[in-house]
Structure formats: structure tokens, C-alpha cells
Ligand binder design. Structure first.
Ligand SMILES: Nc1ncnc2c1ncn2[C@@H]1O[C@H](COP(=O)(O)OP(=O)(O)OP(=O)(O)O)[C@@H](O)[C@H]1O
Length: 256
């Protein structure tokens, strides 16, 4: 059984087709780096996979379950760390995690213990009962990361998960992802930070204008072209070779 199976997926917003014909299979225990330019369709794909967007064409399965017909079962098996989430920031981290834990029907004692420990590991123990209104972006991101994995999901979807994190937290999250993989979890990781994607992904999937244009290990993607880093491969495949000229024009307009 595949952890994720996407077949002939299409999604339109009004008359604009933002996912054209996406096909993708992911094995259990794989870390997929899902990359692409702004507006390519990454978040839309993830929202469909987690059951947040129900109107699409084609079929989408997570752990063998059709997302459309088994939305509740799928939600129990997955964790989601969204991009730009609006946390209920008048709550404290503990209140927020208790709330989420109860949605996942975890035992009260289990929530208390896990949430407290995970906050401690992210250096947020002392702030665990403070309102999150005063939290920095990175502190909120840590709470979101915890909320995405609190219920021990099998498949974890992460949309730009390192946003706002300091260098220590980035190293810790990268290590957590690698250990989650070794524990057999499947990780679907979308980000614009190419050097991290390059390092942590077993396989890189590049989407451009609603179509997957590359799918392979970093070594495979690299062997097909002359350029070295994932950033360069990304620029080459998505047709952005004009950054020097664009920057010059930007400065010229600024100087007017
Ligand atoms: N709710 C919506 N209504 C209408 N159009 C939308 C909606 N959400 C996304 N889109 C459009 O769908 C396309 C894909 O958006 P999506 O958010 O999936 O891109 P993305 O690859 O995640 O981009 P980014 O890297 O900027 O986060 C974009 O053209 C966007 O404008």
C-alpha cells in the first residue's frame, strides 16, 4: 500500500485550472520535498490531501483510504502543519494543545504529559501558560509543529514548517524529521528553502503551473543537467534565468 496516491488530480478555482493533471505515489517512510514557484499549486495539493478542499477531479488516497469518502479516518492518520496558520493566540500553548488533543480524542493525562514535554523540548516550557498574543513568529511556529504531531500521525504534511525558526530550532526540526522517517512515518514537505529540501528529502517533486515537471532523488535530478545545487536546478526547470536583469530593472525603477 502506498502512503499517498494521487491519480489524475485536477482542481479549478472558477475558470482557472490550478492543478492540471497531477499523478504521484509516495511510499511509507519516504520524505518527499514538494517544491515549486509561488502559485504553482503546492498548498492546494496539500489541502486536498488532508481533506480541506473537497471539490476536485481525480482520486486521492492516503494510507489506502480515499480522502473524499473517508475524511474522518484520514484526518486521524495525518498531521498537518500549515503555512501562515491563524493560531487561537488568545490561548496559551497548553490551552491550545489541550483543545487540539481533545479533538483527536487523546486522553487528558496523555495530552498534559505530551504537550508539556514537547514544549520543553522546544524551549517553550516557561511560556507554556502565557497567552500566545505576545509570541514571536518562531514561537508560534513551534506550537504549530507540536500541534501537527501530538496525536502521533502516520503521514505528516508540512507547509513551509521552518518559517521564523532560529538556527537551533531548524537543526532540531531537521533531526526530528529524520528520526520520524526512521520510525516509518511518511513526510510530505513543502518549502522554498532549497538547501534544506535538498538535504532532507528522499525524493524531490517539482510542480510548476499545476503540473509535475520533475520527480526523482536529488542525485537523479542533478545527473540530468549541468548545474549543481537544487536552487540552480529549480531555476533552470522553472525558467528563471533572468534574475540579474530583473534586479537591475528593479533598482532602475526604484531610482526614478
Ligand atoms: N481560495 C482560492 N481561490 C482562488 N484561487 C486560489 C485560491 N487558493 C489558491 N488559489 C490560486 O491557485 C493557485 C495555486 O495556489 P497555491 O496556494 O496552491 O500555490 P503554492 O504553490 O502553494 O504557492 P506559494 O509558494 O506562493 O505558497 C494560485 O494561482 C492561487 O492564486
Amino acid at each position: 500500500m502506498k502512503a499517498i496516491k494521487i491519480s489524475n488530480l485536477q482542481k479549478a478555482y472558477g475558470s482557472s485550472l490550478v492543478l492540471k493533471d497531477v499523478n504521484l505515489e509516495v511510499d511509507s517512510g519516504e520524505i518527499i520535498g514538494y517544491i515549486g514557484p509561488n502559485g504553482a499549486g503546492k498548498s492546494t495539493t496539500i489541502k486536498i490531501l488532508i481533506g480541506m478542499i473537497p471539490d476536485y477531479a481525480g482520486s486521492v488516497e492516503v494510507m489506502g483510504l480515499d480522502v473524499k469518502t473517508n475524511p474522518m479516518e484520514v484526518k486521524r492518520l495525518i498531521g498537518y502543519v500549515p503555512e501562515n496558520a491563524s493560531l487561537y493566540d488568545t490561548l496559551s500553548p497548553m490551552e491550545y494543545l489541550r483543545f487540539l488533543g481533545s479533538l483527536y480524542q487523546l486522553e487528558t493525562d496523555q495530552i498534559e504529559e505530551k504537550a508539556t514535554e514537547l514544549l520543553r523540548l522546544f524551549a517553550l516550557y516557561d511560556q507554556r501558560d502565557d497567552r500566545m498574543t505576545t509570541f514571536s513568529k518562531g514561537m508560534k511556529q513551534k506550537v504549530l509543529l507540536i500541534s501537527g504531531i501530538l496525536h502521533n500521525p502516520e503521514v505528516i504534511f508540512l507547509d513551509e514548517p521552518l518559517s521564523g525558526l532560529d538556527a537551533n530550532a531548524v537543526i532540531l526540526v531537521k533531526e526530528i524529521l529524520s528520526q520520524l522517517k526512521h520510525a516509518g512515518k511518511t513526510i510530505f514537505y513543502s518549502s522554498h528553502i532549497m538547501d534544506v529540501v535538498e538535504k532532507i528529502s528522499d525524493r524531490i517533486v517539482l510542480i510548476n503551473k499545476g503540473t509535475i515537471i520533475a520527480n526523482g532523488t536529488f542525485e537523479e535530478l542533478k545527473s540530468q543537467r549541468e548545474t549543481g545545487s537544487l536552487e540552480q536546478i529549480f531555476n533552470q526547470l522553472t525558467g528563471n534565468n533572468e534574475h540579474v536583469q530583473l534586479a537591475e530593472e528593479f533598482i532602475q525603477v526604484m531610482n526614478r
